[in-house]
Design a binder for this molecule. Structure first.
Ligand code: SF4
Length: 477
């Protein structure tokens, strides 16, 4: 059950010849829809002529056949689906951002959040820049555009700008002749590229989007890497690799990424099962059946069942047609959606001692509702196990966990939370084991800051996602 918002999905294609690249981006964004449902955009590049369409809504709603047809053919295209982690949910913030400039047009899309965007933006504004959006992506596009005035190439401009950016950014940029993919030196967010049988290069947030367009994964970008796709071929720029400690978001494996994706060489499906297995070792319980909260609790439940020897059962059914609980970033609407979304299978839980696996507890309201559902369906006992540690603080790197005051674990003990949500027992995966879920602890370098407050970068001066909106209204005339 989703209780926090994820970030964004980015997708780009560099085709071997002029074709219907917009449709490829459409399929790619569809596969990345789980990363953001508030807005979507596609920019098609036909020999330097940029056509674009972007709007609020789901990919399938924003891009009708007519709209796709109007975008026409091209050699390169990029697209984005967004959740508004920085900047409000209004039309002007929908990406990609398109810049028209004397040095040539550029389109840019971004997954992640900068932690110094406030300072960067203020500095740009003090030197005459006028912003049209409230998203930090526009800050990046301004900085690149400025550097393009003196840099020998757009990729050199990107390299220079990387010295100024702090925080999480997986970027895809497009100039008239190049597609450029960038991963920040910490590597917070995933980004990978592959190639189709036709020789089209494809860049995407997750491998599931490569699969959607029939592309084979070549590799993930290394943290700090820039990869340039141009008529001259594929070139990797490595100057920023190793300039920061790898801090891949562990929550990509727990919840954000799709289970059929492989992120930094690790199957998300297997990582989630491993989380369930560690949880069974840490928090065993005498029970009759293990069930998972769809979707991202299912793999954890399989792992718990396998490790504990308690049978796995289907105890909760999701109504597929409701959509994700957080399509609208509004608490009241989310609450209504949750009620329509899940039902308990009494044949599985009636009279049973149930282990309930979920990926996280944020406020506790959703968990309490699910536990009530199970009790109403006749569960004798409900023992909740969570495939993540307790959320105790904000995330500054492109997710919606931004107010510690709403996090139930920030000011309650495990026993208090168990009482509040109405379970017989409760156990969270430990901080020690959560970093082992990708590959058993062999690879190091994961961000777990929302669980341990050990932030890999300095944190922003202003915490809230609406900081620019407030600033504008406070200072407006
Ligand atoms: Fe991921 Fe949490 Fe780090 Fe944010 S703070 S990047 S959600 S692990």
């Amino acid at each position: 059950m989703a209780k926090i918002h994820e970030e964004c999905g980015v997708f780009g294609i560099f085709a071997s010849h002029k074709k219907d690249v917009a449709s490829s981006v459409y399929f790619g964004l569809h596969a990345l829809q789980h990363r953001g449902q508030e807005g979507a955009g596609i920019v098609v590049n036909d020999d330097g002529l940029f056509s674009y369409h972007k709007d609020l809504g789901l990919v399938g709603d924003v891009f009708t056949n007519d709209v796709l047809a109007k975008l026409g053919e091209g050699n390169i295209a990029i697209g984005h689906c967004r959740y508004s982690t920085s900047g409000s949910n209004d039309r002007s913030n929908v990406q990609p951002i398109v810049v028209k400039h004397v040095k040539g047009p550029m389109a840019l899309c971004h997954n992640g959040n900068l932690t110094n965007s406030y300072e960067l933006r203020e500095d740009l504004e003090m030197h005459g820049s006028i912003f049209h959006t409230t998203s930090d992506t526009e800050v990046i596009s301004y900085l690149i555009t400025k550097e393009r005035l003196t840099a020998p190439s757009i990729e050199s401009a990107v390299e220079r700008v990387m010295d100024k950016l702090i925080g999480a950014y997986s970027l895809i940029l497009m100039s008239p002749s190049k597609l450029i993919a960038v991963r920040d030196p910490h590597g917070f967010r995933p980004i990978c590229y592959g190639v189709t049988d036709d020789g089209d290069y494809v860049v995407a947030s997750e491998t599931c989007a490569l699969d959607a367009v029939g592309a084979k994964l070549i590799r993930d970008l290394t943290p700090g890497e820039i990869v340039v796709f141009s008529p001259e071929g594929v070139r990797s720029i490595t100057d920023h690799i190793g300039t920061a400690e790898r801090s891949m978001c562990i929550f990509e494996y727990i919840y954000f990424a799709r289970p059929d994706s492989v992120v930094d060489g690790v199957s998300v499906h297997e990582a989630r099962q491993r989380a369930g297995s560690y949880l069974a070792e840490e928090h065993p319980v005498d029970a009759d059946v293990v069930i998972g909260v769809p979707d991202s609790g299912i793999d954890g439940a399989l792992g718990y069942a396998r490790r504990s020897g308690i049978p796995y059962g289907v105890g909760l059914i999701k109504n597929k047609y409701v959509g994700r609980t957080f399509i609208a970033p509004d608490q009241k609407l989310r609450e209504k959606a949750v009620k329509m979304k899940l039902n308990a299978v009494s044949a599985t839980v009636k009279g049973k001692k149930v282990v309930l696996i979920d990926d996280s507890i944020v406020r506790g309201t959703t968990s309490a509702r699910i536990v009530r559902l199970l009790r109403e369906a006749g569960a004798a006992e409900v023992h909740m196990r969570v495939t993540a540690p307790k959320f105790i603080d904000a995330c500054y790197y492109g997710t919606d966990i931004d107010d510690p005051a709403v996090l139930i674990a920030n000011n309650h003990t495990t026993e208090e939370i168990a009482d509040i949500i109405g379970v017989d027992s409760l156990g969270f995966l430990s901080v020690e084991n959560v970093v082992k879920i990708p590959d058993g602890g062999k690879t190091k370098g994961y961000c777990i800051a929302c669980f341990d407050r050990n932030y890999p970068t300095r944190v922003p001066v202003e915490r809230k996602k609406g900081r620019f909106e407030r600033k504008i209204s406070e200072k407006g005339e």
